[in-house]
Design a protein around this ligand. Structure first.
Ligand SMILES: C[S@@+](CC[C@H](N)C(=O)[O-])C[C@H]1O[C@@H](n2cnc3c(N)ncnc32)[C@H](O)[C@@H]1O
Length: 328
């Protein structure tokens, strides 16, 4: 640890808040049209001019925008990721992370009580439509690239029926469907989430709605009413405690056809629980946002899968280092 690294840790939230404020104020969308002076930006977005100039200069220092001869414009990164309708949008992630601010502010109290009071999955998950929409958008945007990668990792050609559990907008199911023998998929999610997911699909590619059969319900209670050749469980395990993971793995196993397989995709930590650092930090995100969630190690996850009766496990890693386990 050196002083520079320490300073980054000390003030990391300054940078996050600058990004959040710029996104909510609409600065990246505004600058998408053309380079503008601070006066034009403040007037166009109805912002205080002094505050706007200070923020714009900091955004320039962070390389999110550029300053040239007294005007500001988006950096190539902002153009590609931070503008509504851009090529590879990350706007959902920005808005979702912005919504987690209060939960993170309660970390000290969670250390004492062991229980989050503000957390995403605890308080505003189902009641606040805006945060639910932003969460769904983040999952949708994140799933676009990684689902394509996962669809190339294994041979799915014999798969005729697919269920995406906690599937949100169904990115993983739809990508895998392309390399399977199926032309539609089932996506199971909570009714409130299905509503938001449908809004996103209507906006981005309405035709996809014809290929998705949504099952609305709680994955701990619902009966899907049929068996599947492939059940996908992507980015769910980290939000659950061990008992719930085991219960869910056992339930999903019972939804498989004779040769059916369960695909588990999730982040992992090493045996020490400390690396990679982004996964150890994500575990804290689960601490402040869920009741029992954490990032599991590969060994812990495979032990739970085996305990649920699945003995054959083919494992791969994505470029981002996430575990993809095909189990039966
Ligand atoms: C972190 S997101 C993962 C979304 C998607 N699988 C992906 O990998 O991008 C968790 C999803 O699980 C859903 N979910 C959480 N608890 C659930 C439950 N008890 N029953 C059904 N779905 C649930 C959430 O609504 C959300 O869509």
């Amino acid at each position: 640890m050196d002083r520079e690294k320490f300073n980054t840790i000390l003030r990391g939230y300054w940078e996050s808040q600058i990004l959040f404020a710029a996104t909510s104020a609409g600065i990246f969308d505004f600058l998408n049209k053309k380079a503008c002076t601070v006066e034009k930006i403040a007037e166009g977005l109805r912002l205080d001019q002094r505050s706007t100039e200070i923020l714009l200069n900091a955004l320039t220092g962070l390389e999110l925008i550029k300053k040239y001869r007294g005007t500001y414009q988006n950096s190539p990164f902002a153009r590609n990721h931070l503008v509504e309708g851009s090529g590879e949008p990350l706007t959902g992630f920005v808005l979702h992370n912005m919504g987690l601010w209060n939960a993170w502010g309660n970390l000290t109290s969670v250390m004492k009580t062991g229980r989050p009071s503000e957390g995403f999955a605890v308080k505003n998950y189902l009641t606040d439509k805006r945060s639910l929409y932003n969460f769904a958008l983040a999952m949708h945007q994140g799933g676009i690239a990684s689902s394509k990668e996962i669809s190339l990792l294994f041979d799915y050609s014999s798969v005729c029926s697919i269920l995406d559990v906690g599937g949100c907008t169904g990115r993983y199911a739809l990508s895998i469907m392309e390399s399977s023998s199926s032309d539609s998929v089932h996506v199971l999610d909570l009714p409130e989430m299905v509503r938001e997911a449908k809004k996103i699909i209507r906006k981005t590619n309405r035709e996809e709605l014809k290929k998705i059969h949504f099952i609305e319900g709680d994955f701990f209670k619902v009966d899907p009413g049929m068996e599947f050749d492939l059940v996908i469980l992507s980015n769910i395990i980290h939000s659950l405690g061990e008992k719930d993971c085991l219960m869910l793995f056992s339930r999903l196993r019972s939804w498989l056809t004779k040769n059916g397989r369960l695909l588990v995709h999730d982040m992992t930590v090493d045996r020490s629980g400390t690396k990679p650092v982004h996964a150890a930090l994500f575990s804290v995100n689960m601490l402040v946002n869920t009741l029992k969630g954490k990032v599991y190690s590969e060994e812990e996850m495979l032990k739970l899968i085996r305990a649920a009766g699945m003995k054959r496990i083919d494992k791969k890693r994505t470029d981002a280092g996430k575990l993809v386990a095909l189990c039966s």
